[in-house]
Write a protein that binds this ligand. Sequence first.
Ligand SMILES: Nc1ncnc2c1ncn2[C@@H]1O[C@H](COP(=O)(O)OP(=O)(O)OP(=O)(O)O)[C@@H](O)[C@H]1O
Length: 447
Amino acid sequence: MQRHEAPTILIVEDDPIMGESLVERLSLEGYRPVWLTTGGEALGALQGQRPDLLVCDIRLPDMTGEELYHSLLPQLGGTPVVFMTGFGDVSQAVRLVRAGADDYLTKPFAVDEFLTRIGDLLRSRGIGTGAAEAVLGTSPAIRQVEQLLRRVADVDSTLLITGESGVGKEVAANFVHRISQRAEAPFMAVNCAAIPQELIDSEVFGHEKGAFTGAHALHRGYAERAGNGVLLLDEVGELPLPVQVKLLRLIQERLFFRVGGEKPLPFAARLVCATNADLEQRVREGAFRRDLFYRLNVIPVTIPSLRDRLDDVLPLLQAYLRQYADAFGRPAQRLTPQAEAVALTHDWPGNVRELRNRIERAVALATGPWIGANDLFPESVADDQFGTDTDWPQLTAVRDESERSYILATLRRADGQLGKAADLLGVGRTTLWEKMRRLGIAMDQME
Ligand SMILES: Nc1ncnc2c1ncn2[C@@H]1O[C@H](COP(=O)(O)OP(=O)(O)OP(=O)(O)O)[C@@H](O)[C@H]1O
C-alpha cells in the first residue's frame, strides 16, 4: 500500500453496497480508501505498508472480526481499528474494543457519525485530512466559529468569547490554545466569579511575602503561571473595578505587579476573556470600565446557544454516550428514535453542559443498550405519571430509587462481589454495605 498525502483507509467489507458507498464518501472527504472483501486479502495487504486506519466488518466470508483482529495484531502497530457490526454481534465488538480495537459502529449507522469518529481517531494520531475539520461541532454555526478561532489562533490580540452559560466558552478557549503555537505552554483558566472579590487581585496577579496579613510567602498568580501560554479570565465581567485597572495596564503595557510588589513583571501569555454577561450593559451601569471593554473586545467571538445549532445535539449526545459508556462500563449504546426526537425539541437552557449532565446520568443508570426519552428527560415523564400533588415523589425517594438501581446494576456487573462493586462505585465496602441495608438490597435481588 503506497503512503499518499491523503490518509489511507483500509476497508474490509464483503457487502458490495456498503463497501462502495464507504469508498465513495471517503474519497469525497479527501481520504484514500482501499477496499478489500475478505480477511485473507486484508492479511495479505498488511504484509506491505500499513494504512492510517482500518475499518472492518465483523462478519467476513472467511473469518470473524475477532479472528482477523488477533491475526493482524502483530502487523498493526498503532493503526486504529474500527469494527462495523450488526446488532447480533455487538458482544463480539465489545470484546474487541476491550482487546484493544479503537471503536465500533452498529449497522445501520449514519455516515456522518462514522466520519466524525474516524476523523477523531486520526486526529488523535496526529493525522488530518487537510480539509478544515470540525472539532467543536458539525453545525454550520459552530463551524463558522471554529474557522474564526483557527484564523486568530496565532494572533496575539485579546479574544473576547461570549455566549450563554454552558455553551462551551472555555472549550473554545482551550481549543485556541491547543491549536496555537502556545500549545506546549500552560493553559490557565480562572473563573473570576468563583473567587471571593477580595482575593481576586492576589489570585490573578500574585502577591509578595508580607503584602497583607496572612501573606506568609510569595505567591505567583495566574498571570505569572500562564507563562507563554494562554490566560483565560472566565466571567471577566465580575472583576472588581480596581482589578479592572490592573488588567487594563496588563493589556496596554504587557506588565503587571504582584500585590505589594514594586517590580513590574512582564506578561507573556495570550489573554482570552469570556463572559455570559452583557458587558456593554455592565459598562452602561458603571460596573465595567469602558476603556477595558474596548481593549478586550478586539476579537469578539460569540458561541451560539445549543438551541440555535440543533445539528450539534445528536452528535454531542452520541459522543458523550460513548464516552460515559466506556468510562462507566455501561451497556448503553444508542438513543431510541423517541429520545432523539425529544432531544431535538428540547430548549437546552443549560446548553452543552446540560446535555452532558443529562446523558451522563442516563448512561450511569442504564441497564440495557438503549437510552430512551424517559432516561434523558425523567422530569417530563414524571409530570405525566403522577396525577395529584400527594403522589409526587419527594427528592429523597427519587434519589434512593436511583441509587438503588445503580447499586444493583453495579453488583450485577461485579458478579455479586461486594469488594469489586465498591471499587467500581468508588466507595468503601462498609459504605456500600450500609447503603444496601438502608435501601433494602439483598444479594439475591441481582438477577
Ligand atoms: N463543542 C463541545 N464539544 C464537547 N463538549 C462541549 C462542547 N462545548 C461545551 N462542552 C461541554 O459542556 C460543558 C460546558 O462547557 P464550558 O465550561 O466550556 O462552557 P462555558 O460556556 O465556559 O460555561 P460557563 O459560562 O458556565 O463558564 C463542559 O463539560 C464541556 O466539556
